[in-house]
Write a new protein. Structure first.
Lengths: 115, 849
C-alpha cells in the first residue's frame, strides 16, 4: 500500500494505492497518518481510494478509526472513487450510513465547502 | 479618540475590548444622563412627600402599584408597534414635556401665585383656575409627581437595559456591566451633588432644579440615537442581525411569558420580596427623618446629601468590589450578599438605642440603596441574560415595571396596615418602637428573599443550557448507532478468506450465521447456503475434500437448529480428537492457510493442553493473518499463559487492535497483569500506550483507578492515550466514579501545560495553535470526569464551532459550573482575546497560582 498526501484548499487528501490489508502495513498506518494531520489542526480529510482494489477487516478498521478521530474533533472525513465492488460491500454492511462516499473526488472536495 | 486608547481608559471600569468600546461608552453616558436627571428629581420628590402627613406616604407607592399596569400595557403597545429608536425618542420627549409641566406646578405652589405672562385675556382665567387647583390639591399633586418619578426611572432603566441587550451578547454584557453601572452611579452622584449644592447654598429653590432635567434628557436622546445608528451600520457591515427586529410584545403576552416559565416566576418572586423589604426599609427611614428633621428646605438638602453619600459609597464599592465579586465568586454567591447583609442590618434595630436611630436608619437604607445600585442590579440583569430574547423582552417588561411596582405598593399597603392597626399616628413620639415594629415585617421579607435567591440560582444553569446543544455526535456514537463494527469486520474477513481457503471461508460463514445478525443482502453477498455449510463441516470431519458430501439437501432447517447441528459436530469427541491430533502438524505447516484454519478452529475446541500449546505457537506466528485468528481464539479461551503473547502483539500495528480486543475479553481478571506493564518504563512504549484503551473497554472502577494513577505520573508520552481512555470510559460507564482530589491536580497540570504553550510558544504560530487546540481538547476530556459530561461536551463543541451567541452562553455556563481556580487558568485560553491580552492574563493567573 502506498499513501500520498496532498492539500487542496483546506482539505487533506490521502491518495491510497494498492491493497489496504493487514499484511501490507508499515509502522505508519492510514489512521496514524490521518491523526498526524488532525494534530496539525487540519479538520477536513478526503480518502481517495481510486487505486485501492482490496480492503480487509484491518483496512476497514483503519478507515473507521480515521473517521472516529476526525468526527470527534468536529471535522469531516469523506471517501471518493471507491470501486463498484467495494461500494457494494460498503452498502450491504451499512458503512455508507456512516461514511460519506463520493463517486468523484472533485465533487467530494466541493462538498467540503458546501457544508 | 482611537479605539485602542479609549479601550484602555475604559478598562478601569470593566472588561472592555476592541470595537465595543464606543458603544459601551455611549450607553454608559446614556445611563449617566438618566440617573443624573433622576437624582435631581429624587430629593425634591422625597422632601415634598415627607412634608405631607405619614398617612399620605403610602399612597404615592400605592398609586404606582395600582396604575403601573396601565403604564406597562401602554409601554408594551408602544414597544410592539414602534421601531426601537422611535420608541425611545418618544418616551424621552414625553418625560421632557412633563418635567416642564411639573416645574410650573411646583413654581405656582411655592410662590402661591402665577407669574407667567399671558397674551390673551382668556388665558388669565385658565391660569387662575390652575393656581387655585394647585394650591388646594397640593398633596394629590405630590402623589402624582411621585408616581410620575417612579414611572420615569422604571421606564428609563428598563429601556437602558433593553438597549444593552440589543447591542451586546450575554457574555459581552456581563463583562461590560461594571462600566454601565459606573455610568449610572456617576450620574447619580452628579445629580444628588448638584441638588445638595444648590439647596444648601440656596442658589435655587428645589423645584427650579427640575428645569435642569430637560436639558439632560435632550442630551440622552441624542446619545441613544447615535448608538442605534452606529450599531445598525456595524450589523449591516458584518451581516449580523444583532438589533432585535421589534419583537411583538403585548401586556398579556408579557404576563403569560412569566407565568409559563418557572425561572421567570422565581425571578419575579425574588424581585418582589426584595422590593417589599426595600419599601418597608424606606418607611423606617422616612419615619426617622421626619422625627429628626422638621424644616422643609433643610430636609431637602439633607436628603440630597444622603443620596450623594450613598452614591459616592456605591461608586467606590462598585468600582472596587462588584466586578471582583462576580468574577471571583460568580452569580452563585453574589446573589446572596445583599439579602444576607440587610438581614443582619435590619435585625440590629432591636439592639440599638434611640440616639443611634438616625445613624442606623441611614446605614440600612443606605445599604439597601447601595446594593440596589451596584451588586444586586448587576446580578439581576445578568440573571435575565440567558433567557431567550423574545421571552426576555416580554418578561422584563412585566417584572421590572409591574411586579417591582406592585411589590413596592404591597410594602406601602403593609405600612398602612401597620400604621392603622398599631396606631402609629398616635405614637409620633415613639419613632424607635414604630421602626422596630416595621422591622419585624422587614425581616420576614428579607428571609424570603434569601430563600428565593437559592431557588433562582438552582434554575440558572438549566436556563443557560437550553440554548446549548450538541453540534456534532462523537464518532464512536455514530458508528455504534448505524453498524455493528465487529460484524462488519467479520464480513470483510469472510470475503477475504473466500480467496484463500474454502474451509476457512465456511468457518467464517458459520461464525457469521451464529451471530444471527445477517441481513438477507449479506447472506446473498456471502453466498450462504445452509446445506453446503453443513456439508463442509462433515467434509472436515472425514477429510474427504472436493465437492459437497451431501449435495442438494432441501430440508427446511431454522437457523437455531442449524447452529445446534454444527455445534454438535464440533463437540463430537471424535472430531475433537482428530483435530487435536492434527493440530500439532498443522501449526508447523509451511502453508499459511493451514495455520489460519487451525487458529480459527481452536476457538471451537476444548482447551486441552495440546490445543493450548498449539495456540501458544500460533500467537507467535510471523503471519499477521494467523495471529489475527489466534487472538480471536485466545479471547475465547482466556488462558493466563497466553497473556504475555497477546500483550506483545500490542506493539504490532496490523494486530494491535485485535490484541486489545482479546485482552479486554479477559475482563477484570487481566488488570493485575497489565497494570504493571503500563507502569513499567522497561516495557516498549507502543505496548504501554495501547493498554489504556484496554482498561477503558474493561470499564471497571479498578480500571479507572489504574488510569488515574498512571495519569498522575505525568509522563508526556502517555498523556494522550490515558486521557482518551478516561474520556471513553466515562462515556461508556457513567456509574464509575472519579475522585476530585485525585483528578483536579492533573486537570490543573494539563491546563498549566496549555498555558505554557501560550506564554512560551515552542515554534511557529500555526503549529502552536494546533498544539494548543489538542491540549484544550484534553482539558475538556478530563473535565467530563468531574462535571456533567453532556454539558461539558456541549460547551466544548459550541466554543469550538458555535455562533457568537452560543459561544457566549457556553462561557457563561462554564463560568457558573467550574470552580475559580480552573476558570482563572482556562478562560484566557478559550475566550476570544487578542494574543497579547491572552498572554498577559495567563501570566497573571499563573503567578497567582
Amino acid at each position: 500500500m502506498i499513501i500520498k498526501t496532498r492539500e487542496i484548499d483546506n482539505v487533506v487528501v490521502f491518495d491510497v494505492e494498492g491493497e489496504i490489508r493487514r499484511t501490507d502495513t508499515a509502522q505508519e498506518t492510514l489512521h496514524s497518518l490521518v491523526e498526524a494531520q488532525l494534530d496539525r489542526g487540519r479538520r477536513n480529510v478526503l480518502l481517495n481510494l481510486g487505486g485501492v482494489e482490496f480492503i480487509d477487516s484491518f483496512g476497514v478498521g483503519q478507515i473507521l478509526a480515521s473517521y472516529i478521530s476526525t468526527q470527534n474533533l468536529g471535522g469531516r472525513l469523506k471517501l471518493c472513487k471507491i470501486s463498484h465492488k467495494l461500494l457494494l460491500i460498503f452498502q450491504i454492511t451499512m458503512l455508507t450510513k456512516v461514511l460519506d462516499i463520493h463517486e468523484d473526488c472533485d465533487r467530494a472536495l466541493e462538498s467540503f465547502g458546501k457544508a | 479618540m482611537p479605539d485602542g486608547r479609549l479601550e484602555r481608559i475604559l478598562r478601569g471600569f470593566g472588561d472592555v475590548r476592541g470595537r465595543e468600546a464606543r458603544a459601551a461608552l455611549s450607553l454608559s453616558a446614556f445611563f449617566f444622563l438618566i440617573t443624573f436627571t433622576f437624582y435631581i428629581i429624587k430629593p425634591v420628590k422625597e422632601s415634598f412627600l415627607i412634608g405631607t402627613a405619614p398617612t399620605w406616604w403610602p399612597f404615592a407607592e400605592l398609586a404606582t402599584a395600582l396604575l403601573i399596569g396601565f403604564v406597562v400595557a401602554l409601554n408594551a403597545r408602544l414597544l410592539d408597534r414602534l421601531p426601537r429608536r422611535t420608541y425611545l425618542t418618544a418616551s424621552l420627549l414625553f418625560f421632557i414635556a412633563s418635567l416642564l409641566a411639573f416645574w410650573f406646578v411646583f413654581d405656582v405652589h411655592q410662590r402661591s401665585l402665577v407669574t407667567t405672562p399671558v397674551a390673551d385675556v382668556s388665558g388669565i382665567f385658565f391660569f387662575l383656575w390652575a393656581q387655585i387647583t394647585i394650591l388646594n390639591s397640593w398633596q394629590v399633586l405630590v402623589i402624582v409627581f411621585c408616581f410620575w418619578a417612579d414611572i420615569f426611572i422604571a421606564l428609563s432603566v428598563t429601556q437602558f437595559w433593553i438597549a444593552v441587550n440589543d447591542i451586546f451578547d450575554p457574555h459581552q454584557a456581563k463583562r461590560l456591566v461594571g462600566l454601565f453601572v459606573a455610568g449610572g452611579l456617576f450620574g447619580g452622584i452628579a445629580g444628588s451633588g448638584a441638588a445638595a449644592l444648590v439647596t444648601f447654598a440656596r442658589v435655587l429653590h428645589a423645584e427650579d432644579l427640575l428645569l435642569v432635567c430637560p436639558v439632560l434628557l435632550v442630551l440622552a436622546l441624542v446619545v441613544i440615537n447615535v448608538v442605534y445608528a452606529e450599531q445598525r451600520k456595524i450589523d449591516t457591515a458584518v451581516g449580523d442581525e444583532r438589533i432585535a427586529r421589534g419583537f411583538k410584545v403585548g401586556y398579556l403576552e408579557s404576563f403569560r411569558a412569566v407565568r409559563r416559565d418557572r425561572y421567570l416566576r422565581l425571578l419575579a418572586a425574588m424581585l418582589a420580596s426584595s422590593m417589599v423589604a426595600g419599601s418597608l426599609i424606606n418607611y423606617q427611614f422616612k419615619t426617622v427623618v421626619k422625627s429628626f428633621v422638621t424644616n422643609d428646605q433643610q430636609r431637602t438638602a439633607a436628603i440630597a446629601v444622603f443620596f450623594l453619600i450613598i452614591l459616592a459609597v456605591s461608586t467606590v464599592f462598585h468600582l472596587l468590589t462588584t466586578g471582583r465579586v462576580l468574577r471571583t465568586y460568580g452569580i452563585r454567591w453574589a446573589i446572596l450578599v445583599a439579602p444576607a447583609f440587610l438581614l443582619l442590618g435590619s435585625a440590629a434595630v432591636f439592639l440599638i438605642p434611640a440616639g443611634a436611630m438616625l445613624a442606623w436608619a441611614c446605614f440600612v437604607r443606605g445599604s439597601d440603596k447601595s446594593f440596589d445600585n451596584t451588586l444586586s442590579q448587576s446580578v439581576r440583569e445578568l440573571l435575565y441574560i440567558p433567557v431567550s430574547a423574545d421571552v426576555k423582552y416580554r418578561a422584563k417588561l412585566f417584572i421590572d415595571m409591574f411586579v417591582s411596582k406592585f411589590a413596592t405598593g404591597l410594602g406601602a399597603a403593609l405600612f398602612l396596615l401597620l400604621y392603622y392597626t398599631r396606631m402609629f399616628g398616635y405614637r409620633a413620639d415613639q419613632p424607635l418602637a414604630v421602626v422596630r415594629e416595621i422591622g419585624l415585617v422587614v425581616l420576614v421579607f428579607l428571609a424570603l428573599w434569601l430563600v428565593l435567591t437559592r431557588l433562582v440560582y438552582r434554575e440558572y444553569p438549566a436556563v443557560l443550557k437550553k440554548d446549548l446543544g450538541r453540534l456534532w455526535v462523537p464518532g464512536q456514537d455514530v458508528v455504534d448507532e448505524h453498524i455493528d463494527e465487529r460484524l462488519v469486520r467479520e464480513v470483510f474477513e469472510a470475503i477475504q478468506s473466500r480467496e484463500r481457503s474454502t474451509t476457512l471461508y465456511y468457518m467464517n460463514l458459520f461464525n457469521l450465521v451464529r451471530s444471527n445478525n445477517l441481513t438477507p443482502e449479506l447472506k446473498e453477498l456471502l453466498g450462504i447456503k445452509r446445506d453446503e455449510i453443513k456439508a463442509r463441516a462433515m467434509d472436515a470431519l472425514f477429510d474427504v475434500g472436493g465437492g459437497a458430501f451431501f449435495p442438494g439437501l432441501d430440508e427446511a432447517i431454522t437457523d437455531t437448529e442449524f447452529q445446534k447441528e454444527i455445534d454438535f459436530i464440533f463437540l463430537l469427541p471424535s472430531y475433537q480428537k482428530i483435530m487435536d491430533d492434527r493440530l500439532g502438524g498443522i501449526v508447523a505447516s509451511p502453508s499459511e492457510v493451514d495455520r489460519i484454519e487451525a487458529a480459527n478452529s481452536i476457538c471451537r475446541m476444548t482447551p486441552s493442553p495440546s490445543t493450548m500449546e498449539a495456540l501458544t505457537r500460533l500467537l507467535q506466528d510471523p503471519s499477521p493473518d494467523v495471529v489475527l485468528y489466534a487472538l480471536n481464539s485466545a479471547s475465547v479461551h482466556r488462558r493466563r499463559e497466553h497473556l504475555p503473547l497477546i500483550v506483545r502483539q500490542l506493539a504490532n500495528p496490523p494486530t494491535a487492535a485485535e490484541a486489545q480486543t482479546a485482552l479486554a475479553a479477559y475482563g477484570p481478571d487481566v488488570l493485575g497483569f497489565i497494570a504493571p506493564i503500563l507502569r513499567s518504563a522497561d516495557e516498549p512504549l507502543e505496548i504501554r500506550r495501547a493498554i489504556p484503551d484496554v482498561l477503558a473497554r474493561i470499564g471497571t472502577q479498578k480500571a479507572a483507578d489504574i488510569l488515574v494513577a498512571e495519569l498522575a505520573r505525568r509522563l508526556d508520552d502517555m498523556e494522550q492515550p490515558l486521557v482518551d481512555a478516561l474520556y471513553k470510559l466515562r462515556a461508556a460507564r457513567p456509574e464509575v466514579r472519579f475522585r476530585a482530589k485525585d483528578l483536579r491536580p492533573e486537570l490543573l497540570h494539563l491546563i498549566v501545560k496549555a498555558c505554557d504553550l501560550v506564554t512560551d510558544p515552542p515554534g511557529p504560530p500555526d503549529a502552536g495553535k494546533a498544539q494548543l487546540d489538542i491540549r484544550i481538547r484534553r482539558v475538556f476530556d478530563l473535565l467530563t470526569l468531574l462535571y456533567p459530561r453532556e454539558e461539558i461536551v456541549n460547551d466544548y463543541q459550541n466554543i469550538l464551532q458555535g455562533t457568537a451567541k452560543s459561544v457566549d452562553y457556553s462561557l457563561e455556563h462554564l463560568d457558573n459550573l467550574l470552580d475559580r481556580e480552573v476558570k482563572e487558568l482556562l478562560f484566557p485560553l478559550i475566550e476570544d482575546l487578542p494574543a497579547g491580552e491572552r498572554c498577559l492574563r495567563l501570566k497573571k493567573a499563573l503567578r497567582l497560582k
